[in-house]
Design a protein around this ligand. Structure first.
Ligand code: 4AD
Ligand code: MG
Length: 477
């Protein structure tokens, strides 16, 4: 007999049908009712055993976490809370879970505790729901781009270039750390290393995506990226996944239109396809909110918040406009910002971004035309000579979710910029080639996938939306 998933039992199976299901015990009540979960859905299948017919030793092995294979008949449920249940005829314990040792018991566990049990936490309702929503979002990303004429492109993970110029990279080497080969000047001779040069894990697939956009027209990457920044926040990971579309012949306006349409599409997709999981996550958040002081409670329930984002346009504001708003804002005047907003050109910190999104505009905001000085070398210089065609999308509760720009397509301007910012022309000879042969206006952006999942699921900490988070001092599992 083939296995039927619990999801299929609820959606397709007929009464009186003989079925075989496999899954893990969530709870076992009254020596009679097993709540079985197999991950296919949030919902458990109630399985009713005749304990008098079961061997006492077997009965004892039905504990939370144990893996079971059950055969039986689907019948209308006598109890409340479920429409159908499985009347079990045969029960097999595939794998025991010693109740004295199995850490995930049917009670409230803290997120911190579950992070230490990251290999088991997906067996909880919360993590099951988060990961199903994440998977649906990932599918929607590919569906959106594929149906809009984009080609999926795999950027290299090991790279010789630092796209963002921030220098926060993880080195990739096979040299012996105890006695690396040295050059005459005493520095490590990376010429002797595996690739014959210094290499790192990529911080972004953008530069390579630009090369491919200039041949395929519209491409996107969706892969892991790495940042060795020592940021212990609820929104930073050392290893995260980024979605980076890159489009030939798109200017900044077209880029912003695409980003907005894309985010709204994928969020609409999960609203439509993950209703049960989202309702569960919403309820979970409401329970969590109750224990917080009034001022820290968020105004909107999760699903309403998602609809709010999908159903209205994002607010578009230039850096200069945002700067004026912030400069004249109450928290700035009362010196409540840690970083005061005084002179045009200052970089915006997350306290400022959150003020704009959560207090001033109260909706997602696209900030564009930033001062050239605070942005990467590859962004297109505006006619004013001071600002670049950059755009960041800021989301409530998250802050920056997207960073993107129109790219500098003019060879001489780019070279000048690289000189100013001390980006090595020799390293990026191929990137300059793109400006020598058939150069054209082009644009793209990067969306941090885990930040999107955080927004969609309402999870407060980014470590709880990736299976095995990598953060400073932490690479367990
Ligand atoms: O703003 P960033 O650094 O932009 C780039 O890397 C560009 N090359 C993208 C492009 O134009 N193709 O990063 C893009 C996004 C951020 O907006 C944020 O959502 C996410 O990546 N991100 C992180 N997410 C989790 N942990 C981190 N440490 C992150 N750093 C950036
Ligand atoms: Mg950024």
């Amino acid at each position: 007999m083939n296995n039927t998933t619990v999801k299929a039992v609820f959606e397709e199976a007929k009464l009186l049908q003989e079925l075989q299901v496999c899954g893990w015990v969530r709870t076992f009540r009254s020596n009679r009712f097993i709540a079985l979960n197999d991950g296919s859905t949030l919902n458990n299948l109630q399985c009713v055993v005749d304990f008098e017919a079961l061997d006492a030793d077997l009965l004892k092995r039905i504990t939370t976490g144990a893996a079971l294979r059950l055969k039986g008949t689907l019948v209308e449920s006598q109890g409340r809370g479920q429409r159908v249940e499985l009347q079990v005829s045969t029960l097999e314990v595939l794998g025991d879970a010693d109740p004295d040792k199995y850490p995930i018991q049917p009670k409230k566990h803290t997120m911190e505790f579950l992070r230490e049990q990251a290999h088991l936490r997906v067996r909880t309702n919360t993590f099951g729901a988060v990961m199903r929503v994440k998977s649906a979002l990932s599918f929607a990303v590919h569906q959106y781009f594929t149906s809009n004429g984009f080609f999926n492109f795999h950027a290299p993970i090991i790279t010789g270039s630092d796209a963002e110029g921030a220098g926060e990279m993880f080195r990739v080497t096979t040299l012996d750390p105890k006695s690396p080969p040295l050059s005459e000047d005493g520095t490590v001779d990376f010429g002797e290393d595996f690739f014959g040069k210094e290499t790192n894990l990529t911080v972004s697939g953008q530069l390579e995506a630009e090369a491919y956009a200039m041949g395929l027209g519209k491409v996107y990457t969706f892969g892991p990226t790495f940042r060795a920044e020592n940021s212990n926040t609820s929104r930073h990971l050392a290893e995260f996944w980024m979605i980076e579309p890159e489009m030939a012949f798109y200017d900044l306006d077209a880029n912003m239109d695409l980003a907005e349409d894309f985010i709204q599409y994928v969020l609409r997709y999960v609203l439509e396809h993950c209703a049960e999981d989202l309702e569960f996550l919403e309820k979970r958040l409401l329970d969590e909110e109750k224990s917080k002081p009034q001022a820290e409670r968020s105004q909107m329930p999760l699903i309403e918040k998602l609809r709010f984002v999908t159903d209205q346009p994002f607010k578009r504001v230039t850096y200069t406009e945002a700067f004026e708003i912030l400069r004249n804002s109450k928290p700035n005047k009362k010196k409540r910002f840690t970083f005061p907003i005084d002179a045009w050109g200052v970089d915006l910190q997350s306290e400022h971004e959150r003020y704009l999104v959560e207090k001033h505009f109260n909706c997602p905001v696209i900030l564009f035309n930033y001062p050239a000085k605070i942005k990467a070398f590859y962004m297109r210089l505006n006619e004013d000579g001071e600002t670049v065609r950059a755009m960041d999308i800021l989301f409530p509760g998250i802050g920056e979710i997207v960073g993107g720009s129109q790219r500098e397509e003019r060879l001489e301007v780019l070279k000048e910029k690289m000189k100013q910012l001390e980006v090595d022309e020799k390293e990026l000879w191929w990137y300059l080639d793109l400006r020598k042969f058939g150069t054209a206006v082009h644009s793209g952006f990067g969306l941090g996938f885990e930040r999107l999942v955080q927004f969609a699921t309402g999870m407060g900490n980014i470590r709880d939306v990736i299976p095995f988070p990598r953060t400073p001092q932490n690479a367990e599992f």
